[in-house]
Design a protein around this ligand. Structure first.
Ligand SMILES: [Cu+2]
Length: 218
């Protein structure tokens, strides 16, 4: 019993950052719609691990998505769970930012030039954000719970290092495609190979207004 106690004591003394980790590496391939594709390349893909532990190093605020020239900037924002995101209006007209995402719906109402309102993102997931006045305005807030995410290089290759060993769900996503999930086992000192194929959805930029109705004019 004494030996066991000593062994546990030693284990606890090793900082988390020094414990052996593994990595995932692989590629993401895009299947574009034949006409009117809105995807530029694999660099737009986001690869992340849904349920790995938070070992620190997540992006820190303040977080903002600006409304300018009837568009959201940036159009994709990565935040940690619990983040507050400001939505400043830099246009000389009114916008009405909202989301109908299950578990993350909000409606900031109508506000004008120089004003901002904020939304809090308490749940992990991918939250589409729209404007109730201008249907072409589309952004996504991606709420992550750990620092294990990356974007592929131009050739689609990606690598995520330093992952605590375990069984997880790896996800590849980009705007206008459905997320693709794969179970992955990360082993200490090893690289696990993963390949994702993402399919662009035809007409994926289209959406309903905050009342669930089609916009009068697209
Ligand atoms: Cu607007």
């Amino acid at each position: 019993m004494i030996r066991r106690g000593v062994a546990l004591g030693l284990l606890a003394a090793v900082p988390a950052s020094a414990r052996p980790t593994g990595e995932i590496a692989g590629s993401a391939t895009l299947a574009r719609v034949s006409v009117g594709s809105r995807i530029d390349g694999p660099e737009e893909v986001l690869v992340f691990i849904e349920d790995a532990p938070d070992t620190g190093g997540m992006p820190e605020g303040p977080f903002a998505i600006v409304q300018s020239k009837k568009a959201f900037h940036p159009s994709v924002l990565l935040v940690p769970r619990g983040a507050v995101v400001d939505f400043p209006n830099h246009d000389d007209l009114h916008h009405n930012v909202f989301s109908l995402a299950p578990g993350g719906a909000f409606d900031l109402g109508l506000y004008g030039a120089g004003e901002f309102r904020s939304a809090t993102f308490d749940r992990a997931g991918i939250f589409p954000v729209y404007c109730n006045i201008h249907p072409q305005m589309v952004a996504h807030v991606v709420v992550l719970t750990n620092p294990f995410y990356t974007r592929p290089a131009a050739d689609g290759r990606f690598r995520i290092r330093g992952i605590p060993p375990g069984r997880y769900q790896a996800v590849a996503w980009l705007p206008f495609a459905e997320p693709v999930r794969q179970a992955v086992e990360v082993q200490a000192g090893r690289s696990t190979d993963l390949h994702f194929t993402l399919r662009e959805r035809a007409g994926a930029g289209r959406h309903l207004d905050k009342s669930g109705l089609p916009y009068a004019r697209y």
